[in-house]
Design a protein around this ligand. Structure first.
Ligand code: NOJ
Ligand code: CA
Length: 543
C-alpha cells in the first residue's frame, strides 16, 4: 500500500483515449488514389490495414474541408463538406466504416477559432455593418484606416487586424488576414459551431482535434500593447489567449460530446506557457478538454536527460487526474528524426525519442512517417519544389509535410502522378516496405513499442514511477500497475556508454524479470547497476 502511494501519475487508463496512440495524418501527403498527386480520404482507407498492423488506436486527420488553402485547410470555407481534392462525404462515410471494422477511431480537425475569409459567414459579415452576421466576427473601428484598434501582432506576422475599406472597420485575426477570428461571444455563432460538432459526431467521428484552443476569446477591454511582440512570441499574450471565457465554451462542447456513445474525445492544441496553465485546460472538474497536447514537452529540441526528466515528471505528476499527451513531431513541428539527429546516429536517436514518448503513461501522438524515420526536407531542397495549382503557396512547414514513403518505387508509392510536394530523396532507404522486412528497422522498433502498449499490463495500465538513474546523462523511469506488474525504462541520450544504478523504486529494487526491448540489441541487465550503450534504450520487466 505504501508503495502504491509513492507512485507518480495518478489515474490509470479509464477510457479508450487514456492510453491511446493517435496517428496524425496530413491527408494531402498520405496516399493518393486517383493520380492527381494529392492524397485523399480513399487513400487513408486503403492504408487502414497498415495502420492496424502498426497498432494505432485512432487517427487524427488534419483539415480536409473545402478551403482556399491559404493555410492548407486551416482556412475553412465550409465545415460540413469534404474538399474536392480529398474526395466526398461518401468517401468519409466509407473511411469511418472501414476504420470501425478495424477498431480504429477517426478524429476530425475542428478549426473553431477562425474561418476562411471566403466562408459564407464572413462574406455576409463583411457585407455591411448591419448584416445579421456582422457580430459573428470581431470588428472594431480603431482610429480609422491607418490606426488599428490595438497594436497586437498576429502569430503569422504583421498586425492582428485588417482594415475593411467597404465597411470602414478592422477585423481581428490571430493568424492570417484570410483567417478572421469568429466571435464566440455571439450566441448564434456558438450554436452554428456546435451544429458542426454534432454533424461530424453524427457522421461517425470519435471526436476532434481542436485547433488553436487558447485563442477563442480576446480581452473584451482590448488593452493596447505598447510593445507588440514579434510574431514568434505573439501566441501567448494575456490579452489574446487563455482567457477565462474559454472554459465555458469547452465545457459546453464537452457536454455535447458526452451525450454521444463511445466517449468521443477532444484533443486540444492547447499551447501553454507553464504546466500549471496546462492543468487548467482539463477544466477544474475535468469536464473540458480530455487530452490537451503538451507543448512544453513537444518543444524539447535537444537530447538532454535532465530536460527530458523535468518535462516528463511535470506532465506525469503535475496534471492532477488529467491524462498527459506526448508528441514530438507534427505538421507544425520539424520532424524528430531531423531535430534530434546528429547527422550520424539519427536512426538510433529516432528509436530513443520513440521510446521517450511511447513508454509513457498517457496518450501518444505519432505523426505519419515518424515510424519509418522520415526527416524534414532540407530548406535548399524544398526551395526547388514547384509552386503551382496543387501547391499555391510555399509554407515554411512544407519540409515536414512531404509525401509518405511507402516503398522504393516511383514517388515512393504515394502517387502515380506528380506529387504536390516532392518526395524526400532518401525514400529508397526509409520506406514502409523495406523497413517491414528488417527486424532492426525504425518501423519494427515502433511496432514493437506499440505492441507493448497493448499486450503488456505495465505499459497498458501502469502508472509512472519517477526514478533516479544515478547518472545525470541518463533518464530512467518505471511503470507499475496497482497489481504490481512493472517495467523499467532507461534512455541514454548521450553519445557515450553510461553506467547506471537505479534507485527510488518504491519499496526497494525488486529485480528484473526479462528484457522486453533494447536498442541496440542487448542482454538483460543482471541487477540495478548496468551499462547502457550510446543513444541506447533498455526496457525490461521488473518483478
Ligand atoms: C494550428 C495548426 O496546427 C496550424 O497548422 C495552423 O496554421 C494554425 N493553427 C491556424 O489554424
Ligand atoms: Ca488524389
Amino acid at each position: 500500500m505504501l508503495a502504491a502511494l509513492c507512485l507518480g501519475g495518478s489515474a490509470a487508463a479509464q477510457h479508450w483515449y487514456d492510453n491511446a496512440v493517435i496517428y496524425e495524418i496530413y491527408p494531402r501527403s498520405f496516399q493518393d488514389t486517383n493520380g492527381d498527386g494529392i492524397g485523399d480520404l480513399n487513400g487513408i482507407t486503403e492504408r487502414l490495414d497498415y495502420l492496424k498492423q502498426l497498432g494505432v488506436d485512432a487517427i487524427w486527420i488534419t483539415p480536409f474541408y473545402p478551403s482556399p488553402n491559404k493555410d492548407f485547410g486551416y482556412d475553412v470555407s465550409n465545415y460540413v463538406d469534404v474538399a474536392k481534392d480529398y474526395g466526398t462525404l461518401a468517401d468519409w462515410d466509407k473511411l469511418v466504416a472501414e476504420a470501425k471494422k478495424r477498431n480504429i477511431r477517426v478524429l476530425v480537425d475542428f478549426v473553431l477559432n477562425h474561418t476562411s475569409d471566403q466562408h459564407p459567414w464572413f462574406l455576409e459579415s463583411r457585407s455591411s455593418r448591419t448584416n445579421p452576421k456582422r457580430d459573428w466576427y470581431v470588428w472594431r473601428s480603431g482610429g480609422g484606416p491607418t490606426e488599428p484598434p490595438t497594436h497586437w501582432t498576429s502569430i503569422f506576422g504583421g498586425y492582428a487586424w485588417t482594415w475593411d475599406a467597404k465597411t470602414q472597420q478592422w477585423y481581428y485575426h490571430i493568424f492570417l488576414p484570410q483567417q478572421p477570428d469568429v466571435n464566440w461571444r455571439n450566441p448564434e455563432l456558438r450554436k452554428a459551431m456546435y451544429d458542426v460538432v454534432r454533424f461530424w459526431l453524427d457522421r461517425g467521428a470519435s471526436g476532434f482535434r481542436l485547433d488553436a484552443t487558447p485563442y477563442l476569446f480576446e480581452d473584451s477591454k482590448y488593452p493596447d500593447d505598447p510593445h507588440p511582440p514579434p510574431a514568434s512570441r505573439a501566441g501567448l499574450m494575456p490579452y489574446n489567449s487563455g482567457r477565462p471565457e474559454n472554459h465555458e465554451v469547452l465545457r459546453e462542447m464537452r457536454a455535447i460530446l458526452d451525450g454521444y456513445e463511445g466517449n468521443p474525445v477532444m484533443l486540444g492544441e492547447s499551447v501553454t506557457a507553464t504546466i500549471a496553465d496546462l492543468r487548467k485546460v482539463y477544466g477544474e472538474n475535468y469536464d473540458e478538454i480530455q487530452l490537451p497536447m503538451d507543448f512544453l514537452f513537444a518543444d524539447l529540441k535537444t537530447l538532454d536527460a535532465a530536460k527530458f526528466k523535468k518535462q516528463v515528471d511535470a506532465a506525469q505528476l503535475d496534471l492532477g487526474k488529467g491524462t498527459p499527451v506526448f508528441f514530438l513531431s507534427s505538421h507544425d513541428h520539424p520532424r524528430q528524426w531531423s531535430v534530434f539527429g546528429d547527422g550520424v546516429h539519427n536512426d538510433e536517436i529516432a528509436k530513443l525519442t520513440a521510446a521517450l514518448t511511447l513508454a509513457q503513461r498517457g496518450t501518444v501522438l505519432l505523426y505519419y512517417g515518424e515510424e519509418i524515420g522520415m526527416g524534414t526536407m532540407p530548406r535548399a531542397e524544398l526551395k526547388k519544389a514547384p509552386i503551382g495549382e496543387k501547391r499555391p503557396v510555399a509554407d515554411i512547414r512544407d519540409g515536414e509535410r512531404t509525401p509518405m514513403q511507402w516503398d522504393a518505387g516511383g514517388n515512393a508509392g504515394f502517387s502515380t502522378g506528380a506529387p504536390w510536394l516532392p518526395v524526400e530523396t532518401d525514400y529508397r532507404k526509409y520506406n514502409v516496405a523495406s523497413e517491414k522486412r528488417r527486424a532492426d528497422s525504425i518501423y519494427s522498433w515502433y511496432a514493437g513499442l506499440l505492441k507493448l502498449r497493448h499486450d503488456n499490463a505495465a505499459f497498458r495500465e501502469g502508472e509512472y514511477v519517477p526514478l533516479d538513474a544515478g547518472n545525470a546523462n541518463v533518464f530512467a523511469f518505471g511503470r507499475r500497475t496497482v497489481a504490481g506488474e512493472a517495467a523499467l525504462i532507461v534512455l541514454n541520450p548521450s553519445g557515450e556508454e553510461q553506467k547506471v544504478r537505479i534507485t527510488g523504486w518504491p519499496g526497494g529494487w525488486p529485480g528484473f524479470s526479462k528484457l522486453l526491448e533494447a536498442s541496440p540489441a542487448a542482454k538483460a541487465p543482471g541487477g540495478s547497476g548496468f551499462s547502457v550503450a550510446p543513444f541506447g534504450v533498455v526496457i525490461a520487466g521488473v518483478r
